[in-house]
Unconditional design. Structure first.
Lengths: 186, 380
């Protein structure tokens, strides 16, 4: 007992410190560490909220093997910005009827936040948001991608999304004929 | 992870860089015309956006309006949230038909328009293939041509109702009813007479809910209006083609009856105006008050005549007197709980009961007649 006392105390101190800390440390797939407000992480991400509540947060960096450092940096950045921005009540009410509600418009700062991202960074971020159960960030990123798709030709869309054209010329013409109404210009 | 190679390869072509569930979330945000153009991208995108489940989720988030345009010779399908016209469908009017006077809609995605005379036209805006109702046969010779469309849920058929008011030699008014099964034997059948003379001209006079067409009782003259309850409702079962033998008491007269009040509703100090509507699959009676407020009563139990006052709505003062002649008509309840109304002249506004705030959605003042389109432009 005597021998272990020092270690035990240290352990105790560390645990207390962890419980008191108002940030959590997240580790990207490529091993980079990021600190994020515990309150914001728990409020914005159902997955992180579950991990915090379940005590599976690692003080030395919780492994998020599915998320690269660039996307995680954006996630953390978003959480920290959000921490000072919107009251949680607005978020709660916006997420209740997520499945059928008309989409909420992003806030000005959220718009700016995603506007500066490249296509690839945006795609990584939308996947990270989906993985972490961050409904609001998923909303904002999906909104941005849908905006980005507007007015693009099928060729441009295929390039951005890395999709192969699997139609014949005849099939494309058939669709154009069938849906002629959608191809009118107002 | 290595074992999932095949799965990964199967998924890869669909969304390209994105998993299907995320792609779906993104595509759900785009309007129907943009989604139809995106079908040119690749076959998996075409299948995803043509899928009935996707179309249903899309329709819930992008409600559509079907309206007669200013010329009354074409139907427009309009995005309710933005007012943008997505599809224009000309009505193939006959030589003797000047323009359309009425429009009704039915699930799934059927629209029926009635010109000033002659056949009515029904179509699904997805393919816009128009079916004309047969010209009237011996069953009816009146001049009234408004057709009311409804779905029979048990069979999936659509039926159309028409009414005629005729004077007998004795000077009595008689109301006849004609029934047609769309895509059936193309013959109008003489239906049974309604238990009372009903109104059927305006959208608030009639509504079809779950295979039953409901009508407000018509008040023929002042003496009549002093003796009958103006919120009485007649109901016609589209499947059996039978009227319920008696009218159903509306919420206001039910309450008066229950409270033992013997004064008739029409003599009551608050003069009311009534409308029928359909919200969330329920029959709704809207009570309009002189002070521009309204109560929305939902029918909970038709047999017992139980109504539930779910909403009390105060209009903004700007609709003032127009409330009496062109009262707001509820169209749909959005996923976020807001109730969408068509206001004076065709302005579409949403009412948030939790904040009692109104918000503009679209200005459809160019549309003399409009209704909620109960379908999608993505698949029929």
């Amino acid at each position: 007992m005597e021998v272990d006392k020092g270690k035990g105390e240290a352990e105790e101190t560390r645990k207390v410190a962890e419980a008191d800390r108002d940030t959590v440390t997240l580790k990207s797939s490529d091993g980079k560490l990021f600190e994020v407000s515990k309150e914001a992480a728990a409020r914005l991400s159902t997955v992180l909220a579950g991990m915090i509540a379940g005590g599976s947060i690692d003080d030395n960096g919780t492994d998020l093997k599915q998320i690269g450092s660039e996307a995680l940096e954006n996630v953390v950045d978003y959480c920290n910005k959000h921490a000072n921005s919107i009251p949680s009540a607005a978020l709660i009410s916006s997420s209740i009827s997520f499945n059928t509600a008309p989409f909420k418009e992003p806030e000005e700062w959220e718009r700016k936040f995603v506007d500066r991202l490249s296509h690839d960074a945006l795609f990584d971020l939308v996947e990270a948001a989906n993985f972490l159960g961050m409904e609001r960030l998923l909303d904002v990123t999906c909104h941005k991608i849908s905006e980005m798709m507007k007015g693009k030709s099928p060729d441009q869309i295929r390039e951005v999304f890395n999709i192969k054209n699997d139609y014949t010329k005849e099939e494309l013409e058939e669709i154009r004929q069938e849906l002629a109404w959608a191809f009118y210009d107002d | 992870m290595g074992g999932n190679k095949d799965e990964g390869q199967e998924k890869a072509p669909l969304a390209g860089v994105l998993p299907e569930d995320i792609l779906r979330e993104i595509l759900l945000r785009l309007p129907a015309d943009a989604l139809c153009r995106l079908r040119l991208v690749c076959q998996p995108w075409r299948s995803l956006t043509s899928d009935p489940g996707f179309a249903k989720a899309h329709a819930a988030r992008h409600p559509l309006i079907a309206g007669l345009d200013r010329t009354r010779c074409a139907v427009h399908i309009v995005d309710m949230m933005s007012g943008r016209v997505l599809r224009r469908i000309p009505v193939p009017l006959g030589a003797s038909q000047r323009h359309c006077t009425d429009l009704t809609t039915a699930q799934p995605g059927l629209v029926c328009v009635s010109p000033n005379r002659g056949p009515s036209f029904a179509f699904d805006p997805v393919d816009a293939v128009v079916t004309a109702t047969p010209t009237r046969n011996a069953a009816g010779s009146g001049i009234e041509c408004r057709s009311i469309l409804g779905l029979v849920p048990s069979t999936g058929h659509h039926k159309v109702l028409r009414f005629q008011l005729e004077s007998t030699n004795a000077g009595l008014l008689v109301q006849r009813c004609l029934v047609l099964t769309l895509n059936g034997d193309r013959r109008w059948r003489a239906g049974p007479r309604p238990p009372v003379i009903v109104d059927w001209h305006r959208s608030g006079d009639r509504v079809v809910v779950d295979g039953v067409a409901y009508f407000l009782r018509r008040l023929l003259n002042l003496r009549d209006s002093a003796n009958v309850d103006p919120d009485s409702i007649a109901s016609f079962d589209l499947a059996t083609e039978k009227w319920r033998p008696t009218t159903m008491a509306g919420p206001a007269s039910s309450i008066l009856a229950r409270s033992g009040d013997t004064t008739k509703l029409s003599q009551h100090k608050h003069r009311l105006q009534f409308q029928l509507a359909q919200l969330e699959g329920c029959l709704v009676t809207v009570h309009h008050y002189r002070d521009c407020s309204m109560n929305l009563w939902f029918l909970v139990d038709a047999d017992k005549g139980i109504w539930d006052k779910k909403y009390s709505v105060q209009c903004e003062t700007r609709c003032d007197m127009s409330h009496v002649c062109d009262p707001p008509h509820p169209l749909v309840i959005l996923g976020d709980g807001r109730i969408v109304f068509r206001l004076k002249g065709g302005v579409i506004r949403a009412y948030d009961a939790s904040t009692t705030m109104w918000a503009d959605l679209a200005n459809l003042q160019g549309y003399p007649v409009l209704g909620l389109h109960q379908g999608s432009l993505l698949c029929s």
